[in-house]
Design a protein around this ligand. Structure first.
Ligand SMILES: [Zn+2]
Length: 614
């Protein structure tokens, strides 16, 4: 199978067996436990503490001291869970073929589930005590007052909890609420018959989604890309009424739950958990739709540089410049301190610690988990899993995961256990900001224009895929849910109209439109699995663009203030609602200018790219 020209193929470092990889490229899990025996001993302590916790049931009403005792023991259990869970999980990710370790991992899952059952009495028992009483206790007991936000959150969440009978009814309904997504997965994965196409080279390719992406990203023949697009999306168009009916199931379920819990809309229900005002989402959608100018300019530039007569959805990911420079892991690490220098001495100190050894698992080896992540192991340090292959993407992944890890370190260092974790709503702010700082540094050191163009395109494609596309998806979800809320029919026609309308609203005359694009919404897994989720990538991106602006532009004193506010955000963990945390950092997601910061960022990058390429 031939899908890419040799010039574009990247030679990854040779795959080695794990023992052959030098220790300095591997994480050191002995920072958690020296061996499995120590793990086992802690596992048993955890088990005992869970049993102790269950015995506290019925004591909370006896006063502040009892409530505090339960909270402290819950923290202790949580701390131990981090250790036993991550030791087993990270070991397993080193080689997922290891059944023995997988069994230990499942053993922890069973214990954590037991912990969940043993602590389930706490919330209902606390909520039977009037909030006024608990507030009185907190004002008299400083140790208890630490938990104020967490406790008041429980009472706030309670507003939409039903009585026992209602909750029971909802729990019965939850058994079939995953059916639309299960059926979507079966129809699009398990039961699908992937078509085969013949490329211009004469090679036959089976068009799975992975192959489709590879063809779009590497095949310089437009007819081949068009054929792949038609083959893949033809599958969805051919079953479009079935997909529409499955998606209708998702919409009806969401509206059922929202109404049952007393929300006025599905959006309100989705945002209540993090206490996000609906205006954040409407502002995001409106300001982005009004800011598609630079997006269209980018696509027009692509059309011109690629020398295409017509420009389609399937022409949007092929690279503009042939660029295959290698970025070794050691070089990448060496660039981080300078990239992040603006963030000050405390950040620099933790960064030195992070790169000094034992935190990062660098290279691929047989059986190792794919992708990249940062795992927050409380009371030890974060661990980062990479599969570094010397590409530009891999270099940015190091910066991204380091952004997560530094967030974790600062949050753990400055917060009590109960607030050490942070929400997804802020999680991608430090990682994308780290990428932006890294880009700025890399652009400043790049001497040849090919590299600069490669860097710019990488950054632009990041904004297009994590911001514009996600906002468009969120817009689609909102409009689709509104059909149901307004009692309108949900048909393949209606859903196709919404999606096609959005494609046109975003891309205007920069695209040539194929009728088949009307059906492309049907493939997006997030729509079925996690409604109203993807907009959070976009709000994180907007927040980090706004912060980047404040940190790097304007008078020195203002910049320093912005940096201090940003570091306070990282140190604040999960100690407040995310909107309030971001506001403290100088980001108001309810205001158009925050979202416009991304539009401005894209505008500047496209202008730079236009210059480099001309
Ligand atoms: Zn991330």
């Amino acid at each position: 199978m031939q899908t890419s020209s040799p010039a574009e193929a990247t030679a990854a470092p040779q795959l080695r067996e794990r023992p052959e990889i030098p220790d300095r490229f591997k994480w050191n899990l002995s920072h958690i436990f020296p061996d499995w025996e120590a793990w086992q001993r802690t596992y048993e302590v955890l088990d005992k503490k869970i049993t102790e916790y269950a015995a506290l049931e019925g004591t909370l009403a006896n006063g502040a001291g009892k409530l505090l005792a339960a909270l402290l023991l819950a923290d202790e259990i949580g701390r131990l869970e981090y250790l036993v869970w991550y030791f087993a999980t990270l070991k397993y990710d080193e080689d997922q073929r290891n059944n023995e370790i997988n069994a230990k991992r499942q053993q922890v899952q069973i214990l954590v589930a037991k912990g969940g059952q043993a602590t389930a009495w706490f919330n209902p028992e606390l909520l039977r005590i009037p909030l006024g009483t608990v507030r009185q206790w907190m004002s008299e007991n400083a140790d208890l007052a630490v938990y104020r936000f967490a406790i008041e959150e429980l009472y706030r969440q309670q507003e939409h909890v039903l009585d026992a009978k209602g909750e029971h009814l909802l729990s019965l309904a939850s058994r079939f609420s995953t059916s639309p997504n299960d059926a979507y997965a079966a129809l699009s994965t398990a039961d699908v018959k992937h078509p085969t196409i013949r490329l211009s080279t004469g090679a036959d390719v089976t068009v799975t989604y992975g192959q489709y992406r590879a063809i779009l990203a590497t095949n310089r023949n437009q007819n081949d890309r068009a054929a792949a697009f038609k083959a893949l999306h033809g599958l969805f168009a051919g079953n479009i009424n079935t997909f529409a009916s499955l998606y209708n199931g998702v919409l009806q379920r969401d509206w059922f739950h929202a109404q049952a819990r007393g929300y006025s809309s599905t959006l309100q229900a989705a945002l209540h958990g993090n206490n996000i005002p609906e205006a954040v989402v409407t502002n995001l959608l409106e300001t982005t739709k009004a800011g598609t100018g630079p997006l269209r300019r980018y696509h027009r530039l692509r059309k011109k540089v690629l020398g295409l007569d017509t420009y389609h959805v399937y022409d949007t990911t092929i690279p503009l410049v042939e660029f295959d420079r290698k970025y070794s892991y050691d070089d990448t690490l060496g660039w981080l301190p300078e990239s992040f220098a603006v963030l000050g001495p405390e950040y620099a100190r933790y960064l030195r610690e992070a790169v000094s050894g034992g935190w990062i698992d660098v290279y691929e080896s047989p059986g190792k988990r794919s992708g990249a992540y940062s795992a927050p192991v409380y009371s030890v340090h974060p661990y980062m899993l990479l599969n570094h292959n010397d590409t530009l993407d891999a270099a940015f992944t190091v910066a991204h995961e380091m952004g997560h890890s530094m967030h974790t370190v600062l949050s753990h260092a400055h917060q009590p256990f109960v607030y050490a974790g942070y929400t997804i709503f802020v999680a991608e702010v430090p990682s994308t900001l780290a990428e932006a700082l890294f880009l700025q540094f890399m652009l400043s050191r790049a001497t040849d224009e090919r590299e600069r163009s490669g860097l710019l395109q990488h950054a632009i494609d990041g904004i297009v895929s994590t911001f514009y596309t996600q906002v468009m998806f969120a817009d689609y979800e909102l409009q689709a849910h509104r059909l149901v809320e307004e009692g309108k029919p949900v048909t393949a026609e209606a859903l196709g109209d919404i999606y096609f309308g959005l494609l046109k609203a975003y891309h205007g005359d920069a695209y040539d439109y194929d009728d088949l694009a009307r059906a492309t919404w049907a493939r997006i897994p997030h729509f079925y699995s996690t409604p109203y989720y993807v907009y959070q990538y976009a709000t994180c991106f907007a927040s980090s663009a706004q912060l980047m602006k404040q940190i790097t532009q304007g008078p020195a004193a203002d910049r320093q203030e912005a940096i201090d506010r940003y570091l306070s955000l990282l140190k604040s963990g999960g100690s407040d609602h995310p909107m309030a945390q971001l506001k403290q950092a100088g980001v108001d997601l309810g205001k158009p200018e925050t979202v416009r910061a991304v539009v401005d960022q894209l505008d500047a990058l496209v202008t730079q790219l236009e210059k480099e390429i001309s």
